[in-house]
Write a protein that binds this ligand. Structure first.
Ligand code: F6P
Length: 549
């Protein structure tokens, strides 16, 4: 294990830390105190337990916490070395220990005059050089000046990628669709299931279509299979290998593999090993986003993220939005035993935000050993899930209100609508405020009785309340606002990883399945009956598939 690293500095096992034990004692004391009580005791709680910073209003008053809880959580963060670890990340220390890499998604949105040194080199000029090349390319496309092989204007952009090379870009495209020129069509292909490709190119003219092959490694099975199918699809119509140069560009860290595939490296936009896949939407992986919203808006997105980066780096933990979000997650996950977090955007354009967050949070913190290899004796990442409001209200909210599970919720909303349409926005906002209120305060048997509800119905109609939620309110869903939100969650995830003493930047857990699939492919494709050496279940499934396909 690498030494002399801020991450490995001797920190006591989490549950033996005084700060952890104090939280356990404190939890015993306040866990059963109703939110109604907290609010009654302090009429200003709703304003006191809210933070406004970096363009985000973060109301955490409807959490089962007192001011003392926040202090104790902040103490835990300090004692865990979070301050030093944030600094280590921002300054390019190789904090991704198992892969020996720096972690510098924050450098992707650093201003031109900043300096972040990795292996003796300032990476910021490289970041801006790529951004400028991306901007020149995006401007050409947006001005209808990028012509296909037969001279037709490119009107369709198809991003091929998976995981971080898909979820961030598709989420950002959907979120900011309203900023994109509608004569350009954007599609996203990720799944190795041929349906995904077939549907993505439905109705597209190959002469007017550009593929962005986005893959950090340029070896990912799904992306390579889709890229090869795209090449066949394009060449079938264009009938000339020279067409690749006008219809394919690549985003990758692996120039050699890009060349092997047949894409000219002049049409490649690079990034670096210090950008993790799920942290890459601010890098060249965001090329589709930049083409959709334009370089100036893309810079706004980066500026919004940078604003949140600076807030995270400098604000005291008790007033630090990402740190608090992470710590509140720990409070419920590790002290109340909550298993999941519902992310509920009251903005239809954010419909892919929960899916994007799933990779960010669960691929980062879904770990079972500490950085020095000890099995953890506490829970790590929560399960993230969610759907936009108000749709979710007519589906799974019943369980959040009256079910047996404790599910802390993140409500995300905007004061100004993307589309001013009659009363729609007031109705939407009334719902988000009402849901947080209902979850927190519920409805008592006494209140129901006073309303004349029959005795036998009272248990069914009672809402216990004390279901915690955060309301995250921004002014408007702009590129900068999206950047702020993304950085907020990135840093909340980092905060949790640091407290849990795990490594949030590797993903060894995805490897085994890839290796086994690689072994099974030739068995499925073999002309003669293969000699199967799996367990009896896998053998039988393979045989049945071969017989029946
Ligand atoms: O399999 C997981 C993963 O490595 C993710 O971490 C990553 O975002 C995704 O695959 C795609 O990887 P690449 O960009 O190298 O194709």
């Amino acid at each position: 294990m690498p030494t002399n690293n801020t991450m490995t500095e001797s920190i006591k096992p989490l549950k033996t830390m005084t700060e952890w034990k104090l939280l356990e004692v404190h939890h015993e004391k306040i866990a059963r105190r109703p939110l109604r009580d907290f609010f009654a005791a302090d009429p200003e709680r709703g304003e006191k337990l809210a933070i406004e910073a970096a363009g985000v209003y973060f109301d955490y008053s409807k959490h089962r916490v007192s001011e003392e809880t926040i202090k104790l959580l902040a103490d835990l963060a300090e004692a865990s070395g979070l301050r030093e670890k944030i600094e280590a990340m921002f300054t390019g220390e190789k904090i991704n220990l198992t892969e020996g890499r720096a972690v510098l998604h924050t450098a992707l949105r650093a201003p031109k005059n900043a300096a972040v040194v990795v292996d003796g080199e300032n990476v910021v000029p490289h970041v801006h050089a790529v951004l400028e090349r991306m901007a020149a390319f995006a401007d050409k496309l947006r001005a209808a000046q990028w012509k296909g092989h037969t001279g037709k204007t490119i009107k369709n952009i198809v991003n091929i990628g998976i995981g971080g090379s898909d979820l961030g870009p598709v989420m950002a495209y959907e979120a900011l669709k309203n900023y994109s020129p509608r004569w350009l069509t954007f599609r996203f292909v990720s799944n190795v299931d041929g349906t995904d490709f077939a549907e993505a190119v439905q109705g597209l003219d190959p002469e007017e279509t550009l593929f962005i092959v986005a893959s950090k490694t340029f070896t990912t099975q799904e992306t390579m299979a889709n890229a090869e199918t795209a090449r066949d699809w394009a060449l079938k119509a264009l009938k000339d290998k020279a067409a690749i140069a006008r219809h394919f560009v690549a985003v990758s860290t692996n120039a050699a593999k890009v060349e092997d595939f047949g894409i000219d490296t002049a049409n490649m936009f690079g990034f670096w090993d210090w950008v993790g896949g799920r942290y890459s939407m601010c890098s060249a992986i965001g090329l589709s986003t930049m083409i959709a919203i334009g370089p100036d808006n893309f810079r706004q997105l980066l500026a919004g993220a940078h604003e949140m980066d600076e807030h995270y780096r400098t604000a005291p933990f008790e007033r630090n939005i990402p740190a608090l979000m992470g710590l509140l997650g720990i409070w419920y996950n590790n002290f109340f035993g909550a298993q999941s977090v519902a992310v509920l955007p009251y903005e239809q354009y954010l419909k892919r935000f929960p899916a994007y967050l799933q990779q960010l949070a669960m691929e980062s913190n879904g770990k079972r050993v500490t950085l020095d290899g000890r099995p953890v004796d506490y829970q790590t990442s929560q399960i993230y899930w969610g759907e936009p409001g108000t749709n979710g209200q007519h589906s799974f909210y019943q369980l959040i209100h009256q079910g047996t599970k404790l599910i802390p919720c993140d409500f995300i909303a905007f004061s100004r609508p993307a589309h001013k349409l009659g009363r729609h926005h007031d109705l939407l906002m009334a719902n988000v405020f009402a849901q947080a209120e209902a979850l927190a305060f519920g409805k008592t048997a006494e209140e129901l009785k006073a309303e004349g509800v029959k005795d036998w119905l009272i248990p069914h109609k009672t809402f216990e309340g004390d279901r915690p939620s955060t309301t995250i309110l921004l002014d408007e869903l702009t590129p900068a606002a999206l950047g702020r939100l993304v950085a907020l969650y990135e840093h909340a995830v980092f905060t949790q990883g640091m407290i849990w003493q795990i490594g949030p930047f590797d993903q060894w857990g995805v490897e085994l399945g890839k290796v086994l699939a690689g072994r099974i492919v030739p068995e499925l494709e073999a002309k003669t009956e293969p000699d199967l050496k799996h367990d009896s279940s896998t053998n039988a499934l393979i045989r049945r598939y071969r017989e029946r396909r």
